[in-house]
Ligand binder design. Structure first.
Ligand code: SF4
Length: 82
């Protein structure tokens, strides 16, 4: 099963909380600025503007659901090509 890269544009994110509520296994609001981020377990990069994570295939549908509910399109998911 492929892995996926999850990219959260924290500058676009308005901190509405919908993504973390929809998929808490992947997303949470950061204690730094209240914007969405990939949870530490899967995080590979985090700053105030960008959060990048790599998730296993089993969590794709969950992460996708979180991306789909985002009102500002701040979450992008792409397959990691081995
Ligand atoms: S749904 Fe979008 S705007 Fe809301 S917290 Fe998640 S990334 Fe931010």
């Amino acid at each position: 099963m492929p892995k996926y890269r999850v990219i959260v544009n924290r500058e676009t994110c308005i901190g509405c909380g919908a993504a973390p509520v929809t998929c808490p296994d992947v997303f949470e609001l950061g204690s730094d600025n209240g914007k969405n981020k990939v949870v530490d377990k899967y995080s590979v990069h985090l700053d105030e503007k960008l959060s990048i994570g790599e998730i296993p295939g089993e969590l794709y549908e969950c992460a996708k659901a979180g991306a789909d509910v985002c009102p500002v399109g701040a979450i992008r998911i792409e397959e990691i090509k081995e």
